[in-house]
Design a protein around this ligand. Sequence first.
Ligand code: AMP
Length: 296
Amino acid sequence: MAIATETQPLQQHKVNASSASPVEQRRWTLNDFDIGSSLGRGKFGHVYLAREKTSNHLVALKVLFKSQLQQSQVVHQLRREVEIQSHLRHPHILRLYGYFYDQFRVYLILEYAPKGELYKQLQKCKYFSERRAATYVASLARALIYCHGKHVIHRDIKPENLLIGAQGELKIADFGWSVHTFNRRRTMCGTLDYLPPEMVESVEHDASVDIWSLGVLCYEFLYGVPPFEAKEHVDTYKRIVKVDLKFPPKPIVSSAAKDLISQMLVKDSSKRLPLHKLLEHPWIVQNAEPSGVYKG
Ligand code: AMP
């Protein structure tokens, strides 16, 4: 189905068409959208391209089945995800415009990322150039500085959770493991390869877990594999806890990039390179596109 793009932003709540007052708001329903092709399939349902009828704005409509959410006991997690993501406004964070539900399904109205999953791009290229990696890392650092400023820790930064916008800009897309916090946390979450030592060992953690994961991501961008990969989970755990960081001879990666990664993958979380310092690191300064957009 062909859908025309409109740049006008979608409002978080629909303003009642019969009323001029923006205060009078009503909930979204499925009737507000023309549903287009499937964009993909996730663990709990499908994602469709959709057009909001009044504004012509293109969105990604994520349809989740209540029964599956309940069965997997992730209702609380979804509530938290919606609550957090809907309040974030940053060029490198996917917007969540709103949600609605019916008897069987929950619908999330998400910003549409036309260039799809970063993960697939990485698989296609095997690894990224230093310019591309640095541009992505810098844009994610900016997004994470913004999140941390709002006391939001993402806790699950990895290629599968990143989408690419129309201009080629990266968007953090999944806040399923994120948390709004003023305290240090103990919960074990995230994905094994990207877990920092303090989460593997279930000791307290804070926003610096995201610096670790960004370091893992930077390594995977440049080498095509995460740094602590092992055949068995238990061996990955051991390598993380030891910070068994090795840089293979191929592909060739500059010593400046390795220096940055080594400053992020530090066991003592308080000694990890702060994100604002990361933006001043010579590798980032020399390689990252100032616009935050990698054009290829
Ligand atoms: P998810 O359930 O979030 O894992 O999404 C399933 C798939 O749908 C993803 O792997 C993407 O390919 C696609 N997708 C999800 N959200 C969007 C979006 N906002 N824009 C474009 N594609 C998306």
